[in-house]
Design a binder for this molecule. Structure first.
Ligand SMILES: [Fe+2]
Ligand SMILES: [Fe+2]
Length: 395
């Protein structure tokens, strides 16, 4: 059906984001009324909570999103959401709110998030999250920018301008994705129905700024939650197999290099495991979600690095079956054990191979492969350190 599409339009939307971030001055604050700092602080507290919890929910669904390019985009989006939450939290700290995660704020956000989780199909979920929650966030940022004091609140204005542009670009991405994936009348109907329902849920929850009146009860969805997902999904272009590949001899340069970079494409499973941890790790310190989101995006980048190098070597990843068994077996363990295994054991144990192959690429003059491996080693060193810090925190 409509999912068999090239990723260019989706990716070009993402690339636009970073260029336009620094240039946006489209919403000018008004200075119309004296600013109410208590109200602004409450808004910022709720906005950072919505950014954090929607990022976690995106993580929960990422393994079940079928379109390969969308899976990559979601890895970036959830990292951007946590970065925005981090900037809002820094501003709250300046405004003398040292602990923005009070239970009242989190409790006001989570019920709606858990309902948005109940979509039954990936494109339906994207419609609700992006056209419901992310659109509400974009509108809230614009409204804040119009209302706040143009001199007193400049540090917030800088952050919220950037946040608004990021959200608006993500909504644009979702509209492009939905136009490509929801190609039948039935799918378009599902998209519209769930997006409208998401708006109703968020409105009933008091909006994303926590200032509107809340309904006594949120409207229940007509069906149950599918999260967490036991298997990761691939779109129809891929062949999928449960087993991995045997390593060719290192002196068979062509076969070994192809094997190594195909293996990088399969690191999407690591991204999917981390995305699942983001959702399933409930009640963690905010910094944990920030680190896991970065780690998840890094693994998407490693997968992309593999894809690009495989193409340079004269192949397309769709020719080579994808291995999905690692995600499936890791889902058998609780999320913290899963995170510990990935960082402390799997990533920790991967350095010997990486160093051996790096030296070999230098020896045979394959600078591109050597540099790719070096960037990966740098990322992986950080990932192992994050896992060790988490382990030390648990002890
Ligand atoms: Fe990696
Ligand atoms: Fe890693």
């Amino acid at each position: 059906m409509g999912e068999r599409i090239p990723g260019r339009s989706v990716e070009s939307v993402i690339e636009q984001t970073d260029l336009s971030l620094l240039l946006d001055t489209s919403t000018e604050p008004m200075n119309a009324t004296p600013n109410d700092s208590k109200k602004r602080i409450e808004q910022l507290k709720h906005l950072q909570a919505w950014e954090t919890q929607t990022a976690r929910l995106l993580g929960g669904w990422q393994p079940a999103v079928r379109l390969w390019e969308a899976k990559h985009a979601i890895g970036l989006h959830l990292w951007r959401d946590l970065q925005t939450a981090g900037e809002l939290r820094t501003r709250l700290w300046e405004l003398r709110v040292s602990r923005p995660d009070g239970s009242a704020v989190v409790e006001s956000v989570l019920p709606a998030i858990k309902i948005l989780a109940c979509a039954q199909q990936d494109f339906e979920f994207i419609a609700g999250l992006y056209l419901g929650a992310k659109k509400a966030l974009a509108e809230a940022y614009r409204a804040y920018l119009e209302e706040t004091h143009a001199t007193w609140d400049v540090p917030s204005i800088d952050i919220l301008r950037r946040a608004a542009v990021i959200k608006e670009t993500k909504i644009e991405w979702a509209e492009a994705y939905l136009a490509q994936v929801a190609t039948s009348d039935e799918r378009r109907h599902i998209v519209e129905r769930w997006a409208n329902y998401a708006v109703e849920v968020i409105t009933a929850a008091g909006g994303v700024c926590g200032e509107d009146e809340r309904s006594a009860e949120l409207p229940p969805p007509g069906y149950g939650c599918l999260l967490p997902f036991g298997e990761c999904k691939r779109d129809d272009r891929f062949k999928v197999q449960l087993q991995g590949y045997d390593r060719p001899p290192i002196d068979d340069d062509e076969a070994h290099t192809l094997w190594q970079f195909v293996s990088y494409t399969i690191e999407m499973q690591a991204a999917e495991t981390l995305a699942s941890v983001l959702w399933e790790g409930e009640g963690m310190d905010w910094e944990f979600y920030y680190d896991v989101a970065r780690h998840c995006y890094d693994e998407c980048r490693h997968s992309k690095m593999g894809e690009e190098r495989v193409r340079e070597l004269g192949h397309e990843i769709f020719e080579i079956p994808q291995f999905t068994g690692n995600y499936a077996w890791r889902q058998l363990y609780d999320p913290m054990r899963r995170y510990g295994m990935l960082t402390y054991i799997i990533e920790q144990d991967s350095f010997a191979l990486k160093h051996e192959t790096y030296k070999n690429y230098v020896k045979i003059g394959d600078t591109t492969s050597a540099e790719a491996i070096m960037y990966d080693i740098i990322d992986e060193t950080m990932h192992v350190r994050l896992g060790a810090e988490m382990g030390a925190g648990i002890d």
